[in-house]
Write a protein that binds this ligand. Structure first.
Ligand SMILES: Cc1cc2nc3c(=O)[nH]c(=O)nc-3n(C[C@H](O)[C@H](O)[C@H](O)COP(=O)(O)OP(=O)(O)OC[C@H]3O[C@@H](n4cnc5c(N)ncnc54)[C@H](O)[C@@H]3O)c2cc1C
Length: 425
């Protein structure tokens, strides 16, 4: 008799969805996956992000690291400066790569396809139907906005911070993220004449009005981003009220009087992103219900300042696939047990990372007194505290693909618990 197959529909082809498809193929179990992604693939849109050590380790386990690394830039350190250009801290970031997010999405989707997943673009899920009758042929159906019905045994919401699958699982779940009080802007341009940029690191400026970071690329250009404190959220109308030139002038004005290359970099650049609201999502009470489950930003979105959202999505993919491999039963008769094990092994870690990211976002918005205190305290703190060691629970946690995860989550008395989470049973 043929083994019982598990048909998995994944809503969302960002980072989390295709990573899960690759991981499910890697389990070697008879799992058939389909990704339904609303948009069309585009290698060259949007901003860059940095995948830290833990995300890179997850990429390596998925077998996708080499392809992603070819498209990205090594990031070994992060240098922090105050508004007068004095170095406040120099942080080790080794093992990280900075890469355009859309390229990661495309590479992972290509690898998911190569692993046998059907990746369907332009397939927006409009509604989800459930059939809880014993022996139902399609216990879950994803209905696309053109009316097409895609049946499956398990449906995964990897549909981002504004997830619609989340509301189907729990109508009381958060509708979207909370605004962190920062607007996000980004661009790329040539290195200004006369400016020497140390490679393989983020340079981060705590300006008086806004935060600026930049990174040299191997193409000889410079990538940059701005976090601008703003009590009011950006609206579509406000965003489109300014032309690209006007946005550029606005950004230049944010760094008036600060000592650094910010204005020169911005003046020569193309603006890729202007007026994006920076959000995070602290806690989602219900991660799964029956045959539906959430992952990635759909269930825990740390603020971009944490630099961990993409890495968390990659870790989720491995852990969810391992739990379906090991805890769903010989004939996949108990997916909800696998989902409970996945949540038990993930929730505490990801919620701590979101909370951490929220604190980091606030450090970008101090007033004049806060800035002076920060300038005095930060160099001292970095001398006294080993931040690399302190952050090891985030970046040094590793998933041991070959060892089944404990169904009730990690045992906190184990020595590896200091990393906040680990895979050993
Ligand atoms: C400005 C910024 C900077 C960031 N910097 C970093 C960083 O440095 N490091 C880091 O690790 N993370 C960073 N992040 C976070 C990171 O980008 C996200 O955490 C990560 O992309 C989440 O991946 P995801 O697959 O869960 O969600 P997404 O990437 O949002 O993908 C969700 C997908 O679902 C699709 N979708 C939604 N609804 C439907 C539907 N109904 N039907 C079909 N498809 C649907 C969407 O089109 C989308 O492609 C940053 C985020 C931002 C905004």
């Amino acid at each position: 008799m043929d083994p019982v197959q598990l048909r998995v529909v994944i809503v969302g082809g960002g980072v989390a969805g295709p990573a899960l498809a690759i991981a499910l193929a890697k389990t070697g179990r008879p799992i058939v996956t389909t990704i339904l992604e609303a948009t069309q693939p585009d290698h060259d849109i949007g901003t860059y992000f940095t995948l830290q050590d833990n995300g890179v380790a997850a990429l390596k386990t998925l077998g996708a690291y080499e392809a992603v690394a070819l498209e990205g830039y090594e990031t070994k350190r992060a240098l922090m400066y105050n508004d007068r250009g004095a170095v406040l801290a120099d942080i080790n970031f080794s093992g990280s790569i900075t890469v355009r997010r859309s390229r990661v999405n495309c590479i992972l989707s290509e690898q998911a396809t190569a692993a046998g997943c059907s990746v369907r673009y332009g397939a927006r899920v409009a509604r989800i139907e459930e059939d809880n009758r014993e022996g139902a042929v399609d216990p879950v159906v994803a209905v696309l906005d053109d009316g097409e019905r895609v049946g499956c045994d398990v449906l995964v919401g990897a549909d981002g911070i504004r997830s619609s699958v989340r509301a189907v699982i729990d109508a009381a779940a958060p509708k979207g993220g909370s605004y962190t009080g920062l607007l996000n802007h980004a661009g790329e341009g040539p290195v200004p004449a006369g400016l020497e940029i140390a490679p393989e690191r983020w340079h981060m400026f705590f300006g008086r009005q806004a935060f600026f970071l930049y990174h040299l690329t191997t193409r000889g250009t410079v990538l940059w981003g701005i976090n601008e404190p703003s009590a009011e959220m950006m609206t579509r109308e406000r965003r489109s009220a300014k032309t690209e030139d006007e946005w550029r002038e606005h950004f230049v004005g944010l760094f008036e009087g600060d000592n650094g290359p910010m204005q020169a970099i911005i003046r020569g650049s193309k603006v890729d992103l202007a007026g994006d609201n920076t959000c995070d999502m602290e806690s989602v009470g219900t991660w799964s219900r029956g045959r539906l489950v959430l992952m990635g930003d759909a269930v825990h979105a740390p603020s971009p300042t944490s630099g961990q959202g993409g890495s968390m999505a990659l870790e989720d993919a491995l852990v969810l696939a391992m739990c379906l491999r090991d805890h769903a039963g010989a004939n996949f008769e108990n997916p909800s047990r696998a989902f409970a094990a996945y949540e038990a092994n993930r929730r505490e870690r990801v919620e701590k990372i979101v909370a951490n990211g929220r604190k980091m976002s606030q450090s970008k918005m101090p007033g004049a007194i806060g800035r002076r205190i920060r300038d005095l305290m930060m160099p001292l703190l970095f001398k006294l505290v080993d931040f690399e060691k302190k952050g090891a629970w985030i970046t040094q946690a590793r998933i041991d693909w070959d060892t089944p995860l404990p169904v009730n989550g990690p045992c906190k008395s184990a020595p590896w618990w200091k990393f906040g989470w680990a895979s050993q049973a």
